[in-house]
Design a protein around this ligand. Structure first.
Ligand code: NAP
Length: 373
């Protein structure tokens, strides 16, 4: 790789790191970081902190002060060219006299979608598109999926033993994974817009589904329970803890009106759906509606039946599997319910697989091929 290319990549990687600081808080906007470089030196930096707040490019330009004239700008996403909560970034770039711009990925938002780049080029700015595009796309996979398709990006997370079990024969699952993995799980909750479980998990574990474990400024995701017959206990923590957090119970159309009212009185929303082929809430419809409500990402945290639906119906985009160094044996619960697979060639196969140690556990992540919905 030529030396100049290495330098461009280094500045773009810095923009990625800045962008990540806005994770979760910027939703439903993208994470954006910007770096301004003059004579080979970083003179300004900025990132989008929160929805409604100034964009990364504008903050970086301000940070660079007088050194911005004739400088280069690196941004992980195409600069916007429309009036939203804030004025267009392309205006700020042109006013500042920036000469060259490196962009990792285009913004699929129909109000931008290549227009930002074209506008800059029309005004004589040299624009280089596609620098570290693979990483730039993964960085904003929640936003890009939602902006491009209207559906949220779905992450299926499971904590299993080495023999693939998520609970003992008696249903005990706390805690299979170690402290470091559980902390990671809470940081992940902080970054997503919604967290989803089946009623089986609510009945077995009575989870709160909130952000805890050392996260300093928690941003709690919307809580979603798939519960066809409204079996969620009225004293369940998910219905009673943190009443300010939006909680949705997705149920079947044929439901008990009195129970529905009592759950509503606790502050939860009831979303009725037609049943799927197994007579349960149609998970695909739930995910689609979450997308229509502007939620860009959903973290599915089990249990095994919901995990099976996410894989069988090809709803999940990505899997995060925490493997803990334990073994529970054949009578324990499998991490994923029946998928009806009879041939290896039909198995659910991940791509772009990565793994790393998290405390004593191993985190395996990979992507799934999803059907259009
Ligand atoms: N280790 C881990 O990572 C982890 C994480 C979570 C849970 N767990 C463990 O998993 C166990 C619970 O597993 P589970 O399979 O019983 O519970 P689950 O997957 O959380 O819930 C399954 C139930 O959700 C309802 N549901 C509604 N719509 C559904 C749909 N489209 N697809 C699937 N389910 C739907 C069904 O009941 P209705 O038909 O009545 O609606 C179904 O029986 C517990 O022991 C828990 O501790 C472990």
């Amino acid at each position: 790789m030529v030396e100049e290319e290495v330098v461009h990549r280094r500045f773009m990687a810095r923009a990625f790191r800045l962008a990540r600081r806005g994770a979760g808080w910027v939703s439903p906007n993208p994470m954006v970081g910007a770096v301004i470089v003059n004579r080979g030196r970083i003179v300004g930096e900025g990132y989008h902190r929160q929805r409604g707040m100034p964009h990364a490019e504008v903050l970086a330009i301000e940070d660079a002060g007088r050194e911005v004239a004739g400088a280069d700008l690196y941004a992980n996403l195409e600069p916007c060219c429309h009036h939203g909560h804030t004025p267009p970034c392309t205006d700020a770039i042109l006013d500042a006299g920036i000469r060259r711009v490196w962009v990792s990925v285009l913004d699929p938002n129909p109000l931008v979608a290549g227009r930002g780049v074209r506008l800059l080029r029309r005004h004589g700015v040299e624009v280089h598109l596609g620098l570290l595009a693979g990483e730039g796309g993964r960085l904003n996979e929640f936003y890009l999926t939602h902006a491009g398709t209207g559906r949220p990006f779905v992450v299926l997370k499971l904590a299993a033993t080495l023999d693939g079990k998520i609970a003992t024969a008696t249903g005990e699952s706390r805690w299979i994974s170690g402290t470091a993995s559980r902390k990671l799980g809470h940081r992940l909750r902080q970054e997503v817009d919604a967290i989803l479980v089946g009623v089986g998990t609510v009945l077995a574990d009575d989870p709160q589904l909130t952000v805890r474990m050392g996260v300093r400024r928690p941003r709690h995701p919307v809580r979603v329970i798939l519960d066809t017959r409204l079996q969620t206990p009225l004293n369940a923590r998910v219905l009673n803890d943190l009443p300010g957090v939006r909680t949705i119970v997705a149920c079947g159309k044929d439901r008990d009106a009195r129970r529905e009212n009592r759950i509503r009185l606790l502050g939860a929303e009831i979303w009725p759906f037609a049943a799927d082929s197994r007579g349960r809430v149609n998970a695909r419809s739930v995910i689609r509606r979450l997308g229509r409500e502007g939620l860009t990402s959903v973290l599915v945290e089990g249990g095994r039946e919901v995990a099976a639906s996410m894989l069988r119906d090809r709803i999940a985009d990505k899997i995060l599997m925490v493997l803990a160094p334990r073994i529970l044996g054949g009578d324990a619960w499998n991490s994923v319910g029946d998928l009806g697979i009879r041939r290896i060639s039909r198995s659910v196969t991940l791509s772009e697989v990565r793994s790393r140690r998290v405390g004593e556990d191993i985190l395996v992540e990979g992507y799934l091929r999803r059907e259009k919905s």
